[in-house]
Structures are given as structure tokens and as C-alpha cells.
Design a protein around this ligand. Structure first.
Ligand code: DQA
Length: 146
């Protein structure tokens, strides 16, 4: 079972960028723990990050053909991107939205998510642990469908 883990803009700076908000783990650390957990869960993962909206859209299109589920932290595109929402609306398998920080505790412009209109579940404020919890949930949803 293949799942995609997609990350939006500025998450390449994870660990260096505002560590008081996002913690000190890097995206490479997150990827390593996702890979270890995926093996345990019997999932194969494609893990990507981009600062470009179209690349994220293209990966969602690719996932449409191949994946059984998707975890996405759209970062700032969460709050702006109808295009990412539309791409996710064309994806039929389970989607879990992850935010490292508790967006609801932050500025008002972070309280609205276009992606939440499609996501089957949303995790916010659990730090980078949110990715692992999202993968566990995806594994359950995929198993329930099979
Ligand atoms: C984020 C929250 C977003 O509001 C922000 O733009 C990010 C990261 C998070 O993981 O907490 O870049 O998605």
C-alpha cells in the first residue's frame, strides 16, 4: 500500500525556522521517522516537500493514480489554495491534514483551512508527532476499506 506525505512551503526550513513554534526536528528527521513507522505499518511512502504550489498539485495528481491515502501539511497554502483543495477533491482515497503548530491558537488568518473542506481528519498542535499519528490513522482507514 502506497501513501504520499506532502509538505508545503518553508517546511524545508523545519528545525531552523521559528523553533519555538515548530520545534527543533528537521524535515529529514520527520521523513526518517515516517519511513520507520511506514515499514512497521506495512505501508510504502513517497515523502515530498515543495515551495511551489504546482508541484504539490502535480504530486496529488500522481497520487490519484497510485496511492491508497495521503497525509498533507500544506503549510501556508492551507489558508490560500483553492487549487490544492480542487486537486484533493479529485483524489478518492483518505486524506489527513497535519499542522505541527496549533493553528487555532495563532493569528486569525491561520484559523481557516481550504484543505479541511476535503480532509477526513485534521491534526494540529501535536508537533511533528502529528505525522506519525496521521500515518497510523491512514493505515486503519486503508485496512477498513480493503
Ligand atoms: C503549519 C501552519 C501554517 O499556518 C504555516 O503557514 C506553516 C506550517 C504548521 O505545520 O503548523 O507553514 O502548516
Amino acid at each position: 500500500r502506497l501513501v504520499y506525505v506532502l509538505n508545503g512551503p518553508n517546511l524545508n526550513l523545519l528545525g531552523k525556522r521559528q523553533p519555538h513554534i515548530y520545534g527543533s526536528e528537521t524535515l529529514a528527521d520527520v521523513e526518517a521517522s515516517c519511513r520507520a513507522l511506514a515499514t512497521e505499518l506495512g505501508l510504502e511512502i513517497r515523502f515530498h516537500q515543495s515551495n511551489r504550489e504546482y508541484e504539490i498539485i502535480d504530486w496529488i495528481h500522481e497520487a490519484r493514480e497510485t496511492a491508497s491515502g495521503l497525509v498533507i501539511n500544506p503549510a501556508a497554502f492551507t489558508h490560500t489554495s483553492v487549487a490544492i483543495l480542487d486537486a484533493l477533491n479529485a483524489f478518492d482515497a483518505p486524506v489527513i491534514e497535519v499542522h505541527i503548530s496549533n493553528v487555532h491558537k495563532r493569528e486569525a488568518f491561520r484559523h481557516h483551512s481550504y484543505v479541511s473542506l476535503r480532509a477526513d481528519g485534521v491534526i494540529a498542535g501535536l508537533g511533528t508527532q502529528g505525522y506519525g499519528l496521521a500515518l497510523r490513522r491512514l493505515a486503519q482507514l486503508i485496512a477498513a476499506k480493503a
